[in-house]
Design a protein around this ligand. Structure first.
Ligand code: AFP
Length: 330
């Protein structure tokens, strides 16, 4: 049986009025860049792709060779399309302006070109995360202010996991769909028509080495999970932490769970970036029936103040996220 391709899925969304032809082209071009990134990830050391590029990004983090190349691939795949007004990347301090040689279009693209970079050299799944906003009307040269829109304004969001399979998760605001890369034609095909997060879970994901830094509500929640059936929750919990958001969130989407990177005494604003990590992941999680909060606010309601600002992230199975939020307001 022929599986539905990404192009067919997007065409159906355009026909249903859930996407524009321009958005369809943008998502297809991002997907094309991700196929190329996945091919380089797959080659790893064979393509001399491991190790550091000996440069630093705006976060002051040493950039890996693949970070830099992935960033460039995403720009090259999208800047010429005529559907972009500008783009923002974790790897670049300021918005990237579309060269005058290309027409501009209605959308703003934001991405983390290679999330989980610290895992590149040890063969753990990494990925690309992207978010699409509409450029404010009448803005021909989008500056930071044009991007300062809450996550609720996103028109599309997705991520690709370069793992045992190369998988893409996408929403254009009508639910969440899962795709698998069929490597030889090099096309993504639908393998999960409707992604839905179970409302309950017995699996949490958090970097427990930060335990001494956690705020009290987080400590309370995790302590109760660890107490298992002998404690307040009356059941045992399992823990996972890949340290690659795309892998942890993919697992959460598929079998439920709660993913937590809360702000703490060490990460005073949180560790994860709002605009191109927390917002796209939160849009996807909510569209799949889950919830996403920083503990006190719905992440998609947060009014951004900077392109690279960080935020606490607690997302996944709705009932568990709501429990953690309730502990924050107790
Ligand atoms: P890197 O891209 O620097 O590896 O960071 C990955 C990440 O942003 C996110 O993907 C993980 O969930 C989180 O950081 C892991 O953070 P810890 O290394 O502190 O566990």
């Amino acid at each position: 049986m022929r599986r539905k391709s990404l192009s067919q899925y997007l065409t159906e969304q355009v026909r249903a009025g859930a996407a524009t032809p321009e958005l369809m082209q943008l998502v297809e071009q991002v997907a094309e860049a991700c196929v190329s990134i996945g091919a380089l990830v797959d080659k790893g050391a064979l393509a001399n792709m491991l190790g550091s590029a000996r440069t630093e990004n705006v976060q002051g983090e040493t950039q890996k060779t693949l970070d830099v190349i992935s960033n460039d691939l995403l720009i090259a795949a999208t800047e010429w399309t005529g559907v972009l007004a500008a783009l923002v990347s974790e790897e670049m301090e300021a918005p990237y302006q579309i060269p005058d040689t290309y027409p501009k279009g209605p959308y703003l693209l934001l991405f983390d070109p290679l999330d989980g970079s610290s895992n590149i050299d040890v063969n753990i799944s990494i990925g690309t995360i992207f978010s699409v906003l509409e450029c404010p009307k009448g803005v021909s040269k989008p500056d930071v202010a044009a991007f300062m829109q809450p996550g609720s304004k996103q028109v599309a969001a997705g991520f690709v996991v370069y793992g045992p399979s190369t998988l893409m998760v996408l929403t254009v605001g009508r639910g969440v769909v899962g795709f698998t890369l069929d490597r030889y034609p090099g096309t993504f095909v639908v393998t999960q028509e409707k992604v839905s997060i179970p409302a309950d879970t017995s699996e949490f994901a958090i970097n427990a080495s930060n335990m001494r830094n956690w705020e009290a509500p987080v400590t309370r929640y995790i302590d109760e999970c660890l107490a298992g059936k002998t404690g307040a929750r009356g059941r045992d919990f399992n823990m996972r932490w890949v340290a690659s958001m795309v892998a942890d969130v993919y697992r959460t989407l598929w079998r439920g769970g709660i993913f937590m990177y809360p702000k703490d005494a060490k990460h005073k604003e949180g560790r994860l970036r709002l605009m191109y990590e927390a917002n796209p992941m939160s849009f996807i999680v909510e569209q799949a029936g889950g919830a996403a909060s920083d503990g006190r606010r719905r992440i998609l309601d947060i009014q951004p103040t900077g392109l690279h600002q960080r935020v606490g992230v607690i997302l996944g199975s709705k009932n568990e996220v709501e429990r953690v939020s309730a502990y924050h307001s107790a």
